[in-house]
Design a protein around this ligand. Structure first.
Ligand SMILES: Cc1ncc(COP(=O)(O)O)c(C=O)c1O
Length: 397
């Protein structure tokens, strides 16, 4: 059967390819340490799970409003005010199937064919294809470790054209864990406002920020910037609820209304009883702090281990999230057993086959000189994994 021609430019998630290889090796009886996962290794807190049973007992199983149960949207507004200092009305919120759908539907309603979206690289794997699915054109803004992988208004100036509609700004970043300061965000978002470029602020890792750092929400910066921002968030990362698929967008009513129109035909809404449990999650979140402490300890240990075992790599110290993004380009051109490493895919494959450690090649994030390591696994696995990666890379001559 034929599929649509235009879909040929859409690539499947590159992380799936790594996962597939891991499954094959495990099936061969190999013990693999996976530093691939993009989800917390902690369980969903019990009170949130209990709230689902309660909602089911109350028969909250019928259709809800397309934009989400009012009580849940009110809880989201409360959270945005409490944590981020931004005042939204429930009419400015739409509940979506994960933050993923919030980003993709917001692009759907903003873009006409050929409109451009600025995507700083390295980027979260799905952004470019989401833009393409919305008939837009992703325009990548390259960054480097020297600027801690952050963009500046100079970069925006260089890559913006008359067709630029939006900038996707992920803060803290997957894959680098780097956080923009309030001053940096203010400069970027003022610039976007003046040029009529909407900021899609993907803040899904906002609660996972390490000691001494301060997260600032783009929409909190000024009234005008608030009007020019679509805030994306969800419960996957902060509340260990990846499988629940609970995300949301908050923004100008015009955008949210348009998203609601799309969603009414495509999804209706996420399960009603889950939304009621979402209210409990957002009201009581004392379990987040110990989890963040654990990620911070793992990240700090990993940074030291990378220094010790991967002498040709450098790693920007993350401010949050649960990833590290060390460079590996100094290993390019080196060989082992007749195989020469030419890119991050070669390096990740070599690490998987020789060290039995799974990592994601930087190419998946639009930056070929790096690999991504996730610390959403035990400290023991991390320690053993990085040591093995170092030993394997040490074989390259
Ligand atoms: C930067 C970023 N944005 C959005 C998402 C999507 O999260 P959700 O599970 O809420 O769809 C992810 C998930 O990995 C992510 O890393």
């Amino acid at each position: 059967m034929k599929t649509a021609k235009w879909l040929e430019s859409i690539t499947p998630s590159p992380t799936l390819a790594v996962n597939q290889k891991v499954i094959e090796l495990k099936a061969q009886g190999k013990k693999i340490i996976s530093l691939v996962v993009g989800e917390p290794d902690f369980e969903t807190p019990q009170p949130i799970k209990d709230a689902v049973s309660e909602a089911l007992k109350k028969n909250l199983t019928r259709y809800s409003e397309t934009e989400g149960v009012k009580a849940f949207r009110e809880a989201i507004c409360m959270k945005l005010k409490r944590d981020n200092g931004v005042t939204y009305d429930p009419s400015q919120i739409i509940v979506t199937c994960g933050a993923k759908q919030a980003i993709s539907t917001s692009l759907d309603v903003m873009l006409d064919g050929g409109d451009e979206v600025l995507v700083p690289a390295p980027y979260w794997v799905s952004y470019p294809d989401m833009v393409k699915l919305a008939r837009g054109v992703p325009v990548f803004i390259p960054t480097s470790s020297e600027s801690r992988y952050k963009i500046s208004t100079k970069d925006l100036e260089k890559y913006t054209t008359s067709k630029t509609r939006a900038l996707i700004l992920n803060n803290p970043s997957n894959p680098t864990g780097v956080l923009y300061t309030g001053e940096e965000l203010l400069e970027i978002s003022k610039w976007c406002l003046n040029k009529g470029v909407i900021v899609i602020a993907d803040e899904v890792y906002e609660r996972i920020v390490f000691s001494g750092r301060k997260f600032v929400s783009v929409a909190s910066l000024s009234k005008d910037i608030f009007e020019n921002t679509v805030t994306i968030n969800g419960l996957s990362k902060s509340h260990c609820m990846t499988g629940w698929r609970m995300g949301y967008a908050a923004g100008p009513e015009k955008i949210i209304k348009a998203m609601k129109k799309c969603q009414s035909h495509l999804l209706s809404h996420i399960p009603t009883f889950l939304q009621h449990a979402g209210v409990v999650a957002l009201n009581e979140d004392s379990y987040i702090a110990p989890m963040v402490k654990a990620y911070e300890e793992r990240v700090n240990t990993s940074v030291e281990l990378i220094k010790q075992y991967m002498p040709l790599s450098t790693c920007v110290v993350p401010d949050g999230a649960f990833y590290l993004f060390p460079t590996i380009d100094k290993y390019f051109g080196k060989s082992y057993n007749g195989k020469t490493m030419k890119d991050s895919i070669d390096i990740a494959t070599f690490i998987l086959e020789d060290a039995n450690v799974a990592v994601v090649p930087g190419a998946a994030f639009g930056m070929d000189g790096n690999i991504r390591l996730s610390v959403a696994t035990s400290l023991d696995q991390i320690k053993e994994g990085i040591k093995k990666i170092g030993e394997t890379l040490g074989k390259l001559k």
